[in-house]
Design a binder for this molecule. Sequence first.
Ligand SMILES: Cc1ncc(COP(=O)(O)O)c(C=O)c1O
Length: 388
Amino acid sequence: MSFELSQRLQALPPYLFRELDRMRDEVKAKGVDIIDLGVGDPDRPTPTHIIAALDEAAQNPANHQYPAYSGLNAFRDTVAAWYAKRHGVKLTPATEVCSLIGSKEGIAHFPLAFVNPGDVVLVPEPAYPVYHSGTLFCGGVSHFMPLYEKNGFLPDYKSISDDVLEEAKIIWVNYPNNPTGATAARDFYEELVEWAKKWEIIIASDAAYSEMTFDGQPHPSILEVPGAKDVAVEFHSLSKTYNMTGWRIAWAAGGEQFIKGLGLVKSNVDSGIFQAVQVAGMAALEGDQEPVRAMGRLYGERRAALVKGLEAAGLKVFPSKATFYVWVKLPEGLSSSEFASRLLHEAGIVATPGNGFGPSGEGYARFALVEETGRLNEAAARLAELKF
Ligand SMILES: Cc1ncc(COP(=O)(O)O)c(C=O)c1O
């Protein structure tokens, strides 16, 4: 007997990377030394003081029971203190902060709180795919906003027609951006807040890479804009900042009504983060930030190493000050999939085809800087042998 998947699952876009994964495994099986720059998962370990905090907290039986879905009060206090210090933003921890089991969880669940079947969600593309899948799961309709290089990969939301905007409930933005590495200035957020108030649209700002800057300066937070909390909620994560992707800890912060709505969803579907992990997350946010700055410098160094090879191969790299992604424009006529396949077969390098993030990513490829500089020098040498 076989059961049909729900319409919402059938509506999901096909997984474009399956074929690339298969090809990678095939090439690897032939004994090729693969340099895998496909997945955006930090290669370095979590700093030791964070692991030590987990060790200690895991011994405490008080941390063995169900946690609160919204997070330990102490964790939320720490997040609020972090915002005050890093962004000069004042938050009320109990009502304006909620912990998340990774920001992916919050991003996927948030629309369930505010989107009814048929409502429109404004979704950038190319982008992290969860903005669209979260929309589909609550019966919403994604209106895609293509991100173009000529606009610095910022959405041209002002060109969206009034009919669409009248039905729109949420606009997603993500800076520093995956996959392009684009950043946004404070005035981008100021204009967005003003516009969102006019149209009564919630701004969901994904700031998962806000601390991943090469110069250690924080990327602006939308919550720095006066009055932003009326319309905005921001999703943050400890995953990339502290090399903690496997730990599953993040938070949402912003207007009370948004945190309350998200909390209502979460109280029905999960039971929060293991408290010992929250204690370790506090150690991450409160402790020495030099490891974060050092990682930022390291990503800048790794980027320079790879870019040398990409340029030698005749490719155009989008300049970036943040994230650990390198977004590359391919020569006219070369598709993202052809490029990824040639790179794998001719140089043993795995990159992600840009169209995997949305149709406007066609003609681009993404490299994640998740190998040491020496390996990236090796990748650069292999790239320099190719001509595109
Ligand atoms: C743009 C963006 N947002 C959110 C996430 C989710 O991160 P996490 O669930 O580990 O916090 C990712 C992960 O790659 C991402 O690229």
